[in-house]
Each structure stands twice: as structure tokens, then as C-alpha cells.
Design a binder for this molecule. Structure first.
Ligand SMILES: *Cc1c(COP(=O)(O)O)cnc(C)c1O
Length: 496
């Protein structure tokens, strides 16, 4: 039986890998998951000598079987090239007792580059394979990171346009500058007068607007999603878990077959779920430490078996983890039910109508792959300071959350296995929080001045992605009211 994809809410809704990538979300509201785990022999004596691109080819071939070898080679070569500032793409560095898997060497210096660099190629290839000849229009609402990474990925990719909406006063100055200086004839960035929820709600409305859909079709266009619910974002993330392990074998830090732990700073549960899939295909992992900030809905879920989103929302120094509904958890829930679509659908309906659901004891017993924990704000900032003091290595706040929860895990369990902290952003993306954590309260300085302070303090070179922002010309100046988004999309796309 070939590996196909099916919806978590209706197991009869089955499509090929390329169709799943093209569609994004299933029409029944579910997420696409593989119908089985591919049989793959992970021989680490062999894998240790492979490049990132070669390991990507092995993993992607196994999970995306309807793509040809040539198609995958083209997608991989186009994605993982000089956009990354190191040939290793995702280096593992050792500092103190910990290993850090650095996922911030791509064009926007955060981990979303790992998948969003390749998604545009997987998607346009999928369109070709499925004879979908319409131009793909990616529509995204962003609270900062996703929008820029998606634009960087889709910029000048033939057959696509991308429109990103962000809340005018809801993103950092650096994030805003990254977006409004984006190059590419096919990229459009629009600030809205409203908050992130307004942007997100209106984008969802546009996706479901039947009249607009018909108009798009008449103009030879169709919407698609670059959101982390797309399986085309999840599968490329499996690669760096395998690659990280292979690197440790190569450098002799571990022997092939030894078990390791991963600590993952988690928001939407996409990154850590890719790790879980890596384990399901044979990566020797003992525990995944699922690290949250004070928005600790997942910590509580792992402790009690109840997922309850009805709770206060905290704005923290790790904004990409300020999430109360972790969309990708639905995929884990589906697997815990023994791939039962009806049961998964019922849990998700309880979540949207009543704000919570409780899994069965049988399901809870299978959660032993995960250890949930959270870091308070003060603990996160102390972690940045203490790691810097001991090793001169500078963590960003998201990575510091993972480091702190890993420490708690080790204290509680005495687990001596080697642990890899998944490092999701460069500290230069959050210079204010990091500089303040290092004990410097530079009152009155803006985020750009903070970049220089961080450089002086840490001696870490300013990444090109930040350096080039200082005098990059602003290319996007659209600002609209949140109820003007539909008219704005029609204008940008020239819909008749
Ligand atoms: C998106 C993001 C996360 C959270 O990843 P999920 O896949 O949503 O769990 C963590 N850190 C950074 C820097 C991010 O951008």
C-alpha cells in the first residue's frame, strides 16, 4: 500500500501527498496526516556522512512518494542554498552540557525558514503535477515571524503571489522593517488598523468567501495557505531531527543507536510533532521535552489529559509561543485515538464549542514520549544570563524557555542522556529582551540601537539579515482598516 494522506476528522478523505500540500487544510476542517509511517532504514553510519540536502532527499522521498526524484531534487536544491549563511544549513553546536541545534541560519533568522524555504517549490510542483494551472495566491495573517518567512520563501517564485496582513502596532520594529522592505514583484504587505485577531479572522473570512473564490477562479487564480497546518511545512521539519542526530554520530559525541532527548520551544506544536514523526520512523529518541512559556496550555494538557484554552493570555518575551490553541496537536490526538477520525472530530468540536476536551486514560498512557513543562518570564531571562555567564553563548528567549524546562526535566528525572536543545531564533531577532536579560537596561534606545548594544556585549556578528535592514528602502506602504481587507486583496490582484 502506498503512503497517502488522510484527514484527521474523516478517514475516508484520502489524497496524495501533492494534493494535501496544494490544499493545505482538508475540506472537513481536519489536518492531513500520513496513512502510515514509511518504512525507512536509518543507518547512521551512512547518514553521518550525508549533507543536509542528501538527508532531506531521503526523508522527503519517503513521506512524499508521488513526487519524482527529479522534482524533489529541484525543490531541495532551490530551498537549501546560499540563502543559508552556513553550508551545514542546521549546525549542532556544543556549549556546556548541552547541544544546540541552530535553526536560525536562513533568510529571516528563525526556524520557520526551515520549512518555508521549500514549501513554495513543493506547492508549485504540486500544482503542475495536478494540472492545476491557476496562479496560487498565498494569503497570510501574521503576528510577526510567519509573514516574513513566507514572503522570503515565495518572493519571485513563478506562478505565485503572496499577500501578508500584519497588525500595524502589534509587531516589533525589527519585524515590521523586515516585512516592509521585502523585495519581489509578487509580494504584498499590508498593515491593518487592528490587532492580530482582526487580521486572522478576516483572512479566514476571505478564504471562505464563495463570491471571492468564484471571482478568483474567473481570473485564473486560487487561494492557498502557508500556515503550519500544511503538511508541506511539517515534513521538511523531520529532516533536521535526523540530521542533528547524524551530526552527533559524525563528531563522535554519541554512538549510532544511542538514545537522546530533544527540548523544543513549542507554540503551535508543529516543530515538536515533526520530531515525534522522526521517532516513529526510527530515530532513537527517549523523550521530547515540550517547553512552554506562561501560556502553558500544553504543560497542563500533558499533566492532566485535559486541554483547556479558556485561560488568561500572556504577552511574553517569546511571542512566537504566545498561543492558546496549538493547531498541530490535533495530529497527535488523532494518532493517540488509533487513527480514529470520528473521535478526533468530536474532541475538536468540544474545543471549539465548549473550550476544552479530556482524552481517555488509554490515550493518556501513550503520552510517555513527552514531558511537558513551562518557564516563567523571570526564569527565561535568568536562563539567558546564566548560560551567557557560563559559556558566552547567547540564547534567544524562545530557546531559553527550552533550556530552562530541560533543566527542570533533568532535576526531576535524573535522566543522564545527551540532550539537544532546538534553537529556534537568533538572539538578534529579539535584541531588547536579550540585552535586558544580560543586565543592561538601556532606557530610551530603539530596537535598532539595541542591535549594536547586543553586538558589543556578545561579540556575536550581526547577521546579514539584520545588518541589511538598517538602510533597506521601504517598498510597502499600504495601510487599511480591518474591514477594508477584501477590497485591498481585490485591488492587489486586479480582480475584474
Ligand atoms: C514558531 C516559533 C516557535 C514555535 O514553533 P511551533 O512549531 O509553532 O511549536 C518557537 N520559536 C520560534 C522562534 C518560532 O518562530
Amino acid at each position: 500500500m502506498e503512503l497517502l494522506y488522510r484527514s484527521t476528522r474523516d478517514t475516508d478523505n484520502i489524497v496524495t501527498a501533492s494534493q494535501a500540500i496544494l490544499q493545505g487544510l482538508a475540506v472537513d476542517g481536519g489536518l492531513y496526516v500520513p496513512t502510515k509511517m514509511p518504512a525507512l532504514s536509518l543507518d547512521f553510519h551512512e547518514l553521518a556522512d550525508l549533507t543536509y540536502q542528501e538527508i532531506a532527499f531521503k526523508i522527503l522521498s519517503a513521506f512524499l512518494p508521488d513526487y519524482t526524484a527529479d522534482e524533489l531534487q529541484y525543490c531541495i536544491a532551490s530551498a537549501y542554498d546560499e540563502k543559508f549563511d552556513t553550508q551545514l544549513i542546521a549546525p549542532v553546536v556544543k556549549k556546556g552540557d548541552s547541544y544546540y541545534l541552530e535553526l536560525f541560519h536562513g533568510s529571516t533568522i528563525a526556524f520557520k525558514d526551515m520549512a518555508l524555504s521549500i514549501l513554495p517549490y513543493l506547492m508549485t510542483t504540486a500544482a503542475r503535477k495536478n494540472k492545476a494551472d491557476k496562479e496560487i495566491v498565498i494569503l497570510t495573517a501574521t503576528s510577526g515571524d510567519t509573514g516574513k518567512a513566507a514572503m522570503a520563501g515565495f518572493a519571485d517564485v513563478p506562478g505565485t503571489k503572496i499577500v501578508v496582513f500584519y497588525p500595524k502596532d502589534g509587531v516589533s520594529r525589527i519585524q515590521e522593517k523586515q516585512m516592509v522592505t521585502q523585495k519581489g514583484e509578487n509580494t504584498f504587505v499590508v498593515a491593518i488598523e487592528g490587532n492580530f485577531d482582526d487580521a486572522q479572522t478576516n483572512v479566514k473570512r476571505l478564504f471562505n468567501d464563495a463570491g471571492l473564490k468564484a471571482k478568483l477562479a474567473a481570473n485564473g487564480k486560487q487561494f492557498s495557505s502557508a500556515n503550519s497546518i500544511n503538511i508541506g511545512r511539517l515534513v521538511p521539519q523531520i529532516v533536521y531531527y535526523v540530521y542533528a542526530y547524524a551530526q552527533l554520530v559524525k563528531t563522535g559525541e554519541i554512538q549510532a543507536g544511542d538514545k537522546v532527548n530533544f527540548a523544543v520551544p513549542t507554540g503551535n506544536f508543529g516543530n515538536i510533532l515533526a520530531g515525534y514523526y522522526a521517532k516513529r520512523i526510527g530515530l532513537p529518541v527517549n523523550q521530547f521535552v515540550c517547553a512552554s512559556n506562561p501560556n502553558k496550555v500544553l504543560t497542563d494538557f500533558f499533566a492532566t489529559g485535559t486541554y483547556d484554552k479558556d485561560r488568561p493570555f500572556y504577552v511574553t518575551s517569546s511571542p512566537s509561543m504566545d498561543i492558546l490553541v496549538s493547531s498541530n496537536l490535533e495530529r497527535l490526538i488523532f494518532h493517540l485515538t488509533g487513527d480514529n477520525g470520528a473521535q478526533t472530530k468530536s474532541f475538536m468540536e468540544q474545543l471549539s464549542t465548549g473550550s476544552k476536551y479530556t482524552i481517555t486514560d488509554e490515550m493518556k498512557a501513550q503520552l510517555s514520549d513527552f514531558f511537558g513543562g513551562f518557564a516563567a518570564e523571570a526564569e527565561t531571562l535568568e536562563e539567558i544570563a546564566s548560560v551567557f555567564e557560563k559559556t558566552r553563548y547567547v540564547l534567544d528567549p524562545h530557546t531559553a524557555v527550552a533550556e530552562n524546562v530541560l533543566k527542570k526535566y533533568r532535576n526531576q528525572t535524573k535522566d543522564p542522556l545527551p540532550a539537544i536543545v532546538v534553537s529556534t531564533a537568533s538572539p538578534y531577532k529579539f535584541p531588547r529582551a536579550v540585552v535586558e536579560a544580560l543586565g543592561h537596561k538601556e532606557a530610551g534606545l530603539d530596537d535598532f540601537a539595541m542591535v549594536h548594544v547586543l553586538n558589543d556585549l556578545s561579540g556575536v556578528a550581526i547577521p546579514d539579515a539584520v545588518a541589511e535592514l538598517f538602510d533597506a528602502p521601504v517598498l510597502h506602504e499600504r495601510v487599511v482598516a480591518s474591514d477594508g481587507m477584501k477590497a485591498c486583496v481585490a485591488e492587489i490582484l486586479g480582480l475584474k
